[in-house]
Design a protein around this ligand. Structure first.
Ligand SMILES: O=C([O-])CC(=O)C(=O)O
Ligand SMILES: [Mg+2]
Length: 249
């Protein structure tokens, strides 16, 4: 038999496409979603910050969900279409496309396909287009660029393989949180401890803010006396010349 016609045996899902992934429990995702990306990043030891060039098309938008990873060839969104087919409600599509800025890999037609499935957000290191319609749709979209240039649907890639995206390793099923400030990745098996540490950090920051309003100073409340003295600066406010600032001893 010539290999021109596909039989059922030849039309199978290739091994670089994984459609079933482990996800964090919904209550773990909800808990992480309560905190800002910056707070989570700090709370987990300054880890997980995705490169800052990947920004929201609507600064009011934010998301939290399970990473569903996709690798497309630059200027080609075939695998993104496949990923939308297999993604589940609450997933965040992480679309690596070679950080190629000059392509609109995603737009409002695919955006509506995502919204109809309850996909939580789309994040790509490539470009997107139809930004006004996407903003109106309300789907959180974060991208490396905006570009009107169209894409082909020709090249196979990967779905749900671990990848390095925006400088961070992302495993399928990791929790991703994005807001106006950026995107942070939380390991699925660290979700509970990171939520606890984020809550603690939030509490400490709220307490600090209240103390500033009650008259506290940055040097006192951040415990900077020793740090500044070690650098040869007095922190005794009586010694401070208003013209000079904190004087050298
Ligand atoms: O057509 C595409 O491949 C991308 C796009 O503009 C859309 O989804 O609306
Ligand atoms: Mg379009």
């Amino acid at each position: 038999m010539t290999p021109t016609a596909h039989t059922d045996a030849t039309l199978r899902i290739p091994p670089h496409v994984t459609t079933r992934i482990e996800r964090a429990r919904p209550e773990q995702i909800e808990r992480i979603g309560r905190y800002t990306a910056a707070t989570i990043h700090e709370a987990q030891g300054r880890r997980g910050a995705v490169a800052s060039n990947i920004t929201p098309i609507d600064r009011e938008s934010s998301f939290v969900g399970s990473a569903f990873t996709v690798v497309c060839a630059p200027r080609d969104n075939l695998m993104l279409q496949v990923a939308i087919h297999f993604a589940q409600p609450g997933d965040v599509l992480i679309v690596s496309a070679g950080a190629f800025a000059q392509a609109g890999t995603f737009g409002d037609v695919l955006g509506n396909a995502c919204a109809a499935k309850g996909i939580a957000a789309l994040v790509t290191d490539s470009g997107v287009r139809d930004t006004r319609e996407l903003r109106e749709l309300g789907l959180p979209v974060f991208s490396g660029s905006v570009s009107i240039s169209g894409t082909v649907k020709e090249t196979l890639g990967h779905i749900n393989q671990p990848l390095v995206f925006g400088g961070q390793r992302i495993e399928p099923g990791d929790i991703v949180k994005g807001d106006a400030d950026g995107i942070v990745v939380v390991r699925r098996d660290e979700a509970d401890i990171v939520a606890e540490l984020s809550e603690e950090r939030d509490r400490k920051e709220a307490d600090l803010i209240a103390r500033y309003h009650a008259g506290g100073t940055t040097i006192d409340l951040c415990g900077l006396h020793d740090v500044l003295r070690a650098k040869g600066l007095t922190t005794d406010l009586d010694d401070v010349d208003p013209e000079q600032g904190l004087g050298a001893r």
